[in-house]
Write a protein that binds this ligand. Structure first.
Ligand code: C5P
Length: 216
């Protein structure tokens, strides 16, 4: 059984010294990669820049940008499961300056941004022969968490979505609480260490993937 997990932020360069990014620490994604390895999966962890050490027993692929993450995920296919935990930057500067820019008002006003690929949506919409049998997305929301996550599951085309309320100290913190939304059920994972949330999710993923392998 093979799993691909994305984690951490992506970093989108503006010039040699500046970038656009976000506050994702990578902790939840790294914990999920480790928990899937403990369940017996061969795991490829495609990670944006984080301060975290490599996960033992996991094949690490470290990238910086969303385009790099997309390419690394495609190169890691095929897989039985894809878990998109990364906080991918939705936009990147249209061009990267080779020299340090003077970021005056006119430079800032003309900072052109282009949309990054949606990695989760792309993988979820692969043809059946290439698509991982189970595609799991994350939805970090600050309000109306369950409703927005249900909508996101359908919009992205993923099978399951794990909803997080990030209005508190979840981003960068050691604990998380989650709502796992599948096509036929919704399960609450009570607030616990990110490693505990990861273990519960990995357990569910392993049961689903093993069940699918046995019935095919
Ligand atoms: O749309 P939003 O960013 O809230 O969706 C979150 C989910 O989509 C996460 O699973 C995240 O890893 C994934 N995603 C992605 N590529 C993007 C944006 C989000 O894989 N460009």
């Amino acid at each position: 059984m093979r799993a691909i997990v994305t984690a951490g932020p992506t970093l989108e360069p503006i010039d040699p010294v500046r970038f656009l990014s976000n506050r994702s620490s990578g902790q939840q994604g790294y914990a999920i990669a480790g928990a899937l390895a403990a369940e017996g999966f061969e795991v490829i962890l495609v990670s944006g820049p984080t301060a975290l050490p490599d996960v033992p027993g996991v094949h690490m692929v470290r990238i910086e940008t969303a385009l790099g993450m997309m390419a690394a995920v495609e190169a890691a296919l095929p897989a039985d499961v894809f878990v998109a935990v990364a906080a991918v930057a939705d936009w990147r500067p249209a061009k990267i300056s080779s020299i340090k820019l003077k970021l005056d008002k006119s430079a800032m006003e003309s900072l052109d941004l282009v949309e990054n690929p949606d990695i989760l949506k792309t993988i979820a919409h692969l043809p059946r022969s290439e698509r991982p049998g189970l595609v799991v997305g994350f939805a970090a929301e600050t309000h109306d968490v369950a409703r927005l996550a249900r909508e996101k599951r359908l919009r992205k085309g993923c099978d399951w979505i794990v909803a997080n309320d990030v209005s508190g100290d979840v981003m960068g913190g050691a604990e998380n609480a989650a709502l796992l939304i599948t096509p036929d059920a919704e399960d609450h994972f009570a607030r616990a260490a990110k490693s505990e949330i990861a273990a519960q999710l990995a357990d569910r993923i392993a049961a689903a993937v093993k069940g699918a392998c046995e019935s095919s």
